[in-house]
Design a protein around this ligand. Structure first.
Ligand SMILES: CC(C)(COP(=O)(O)OP(=O)(O)OC[C@H]1O[C@@H](n2cnc3c(N)ncnc32)[C@H](O)[C@@H]1OP(=O)(O)O)[C@@H](O)C(=O)NCCC(=O)NCCS
Length: 161
């Protein structure tokens, strides 16, 4: 596990593209440029999982709000290369993200997940995320209205007192 750099973008983008192809991860349908992606994500908490130099997956966050009351609430994305799924890479990335964000004082991680994305729901449940609720027909993907389940993990160690 190591921090993502701009040099990782071609491999990160390739893993992202596989997730987009599945139409089960996000409303996005095209991979952005590095500049657009970089501007939309926090500089911190960008991690890549590699084995023998090959990038197997990545995780990154965005702030949910510019209001200071929400400064410790981040929304994250996690993507694993199709060929590497089901082997614990997603778990390793999420575990690393939880540690790095808690160390930085982040108290809540959240994500929007299509209810059909059983792999993502299972991964997140495994790491202490709870389902807040499901928003009905909140956006269209390829012309089809899709529900989105909001999940969150409230830290037990940050912001307790
Ligand atoms: C969701 C995703 C990141 C999971 O990563 P992964 O490396 O395959 O997951 P892991 O191997 O670490 O598995 C983590 C847990 O989820 C479970 N899981 C993984 N895939 C599953 C599936 N298809 N069905 C049911 N459970 C599944 C595993 O059994 C494991 O649980 P356990 O520890 O209790 O055994 C991966 O499937 C992916 O990249 N999908 C496309 C992009 C995406 O949907 N991202 C999430 C957007 S919200």
């Amino acid at each position: 596990m190591r921090a993502m750099t701009s040099h990782d973008w071609p491999a990160v983008a390739a893993v992202f593209a596989e997730g987009l192809e599945d139409r089960s991860a996000t409303f996005e349908t095209t991979v952005p440029t590095w500049e657009t992606w970089d501007a939309g994500h926090s500089d911190e908490h960008r991690w890549v999982a590699t084995v023998d130099g090959a990038l197997l997956g990545w995780v990154a966050c965005s702030p949910v709000s510019s209001r200071c009351v929400y400064a410790g609430v981040l929304e994250h994305s996690v993507y694993v290369a199709r060929a590497a799924r089901g082997r614990g890479v997603g778990s390793a990335l999420l575990r690393h993200l939880i540690t790095s964000t808690e160390d930085a004082g982040v108290w809540t991680l959240q994500a929007g997940v299509f209810p059909e994305n059983v792999a993502s729901l299972a991964l997140h449940a495994r790491h202490g995320f709870r389902v807040v609720g499901t928003r009905a027909r909140v956006g269209r993907l390829d012309g089809v209205w899709r529900d989105v389940t909001l999940i969150e993990r409230r830290s037990d160690s940050v912001g307790i007192t």
